[in-house]
Design a protein around this ligand. Structure first.
Ligand code: FE2
Length: 186
């Protein structure tokens, strides 16, 4: 007896130029008001409601081991007194949970830091894929003149440990003046 095979649409669509289309999408915007502490100094030319970056994604049904989250981080090409726009940065609460970042658009740096405080960066440009060790802190930095769009996939039980970065900050800051990128120790 032949039983007809079911072929359906997935219900989620992501174009590399656009957003994720799905009824499960959640979006958060990071405003300058709550990002001021990331930077060396306050930039009076930026209003508090400036959108620094947006995270659009699909959370797994359960934030438990075995489940995966998917998101796009979109960092706008802004500087804060010359310092490149960046994410807050975090370690995972569960250091066994690794992550992939995939650059879809723009130019940037993925700043990484191990548990001993050694810090380095990987260059990001369209197509670069970044495998993040679960024991490494990570932060995205937009060094380009357009949005930096990064696709992120991680274990749903990873969690975000922001406090660890606040107590032991990344030891370098990245600045941009025209096309020139400079790195300074904190
Ligand atoms: Fe992460």
């Amino acid at each position: 007896m032949n039983k007809e095979m079911k072929i359906i649409e997935s219900g989620i669509f992501e174009s590399f130029e656009g957003d994720i289309i799905s009824d499960q999408v959640k979006k958060t915007c990071k405003l300058y008001e709550s990002a001021k502490g990331f930077y060396e100094s306050i930039d009076e030319s930026l209003s508090d409601d400036t959108i620094m970056y947006e995270v659009t994604g699909i959370d797994a049904d359960k934030q438990e081991e075995g489940y995966l989250n998917w998101a796009i981080s979109l960092l706008h090409p802004l500087t804060v007194n010359g310092e490149c726009n960046m994410t807050r940065g975090h370690f995972h609460n569960d250091l066994n949970c690794e992550e992939y970042y995939w650059c879809a658009k723009g130019e940037g740096l993925l700043m990484l830091m191990n548990e001993e405080g050694e810090c380095w960066c990987e260059k990001m440009h369209p197509g670069t894929l970044h495998h993040i060790n679960g024991h490494h802190g990570h932060r995205l930095i937009n060094t380009g003149d357009e949005d930096l769009k990064v696709i992120c996939v991680w274990n749903a039980n990873a969690g975000h440990d922001y406090e660890r970065i606040e107590k032991h900050p990344f030891p370098y800051r990245v600045y941009k003046d025209g096309n020139k990128i400079t790195v300074k120790s904190r």
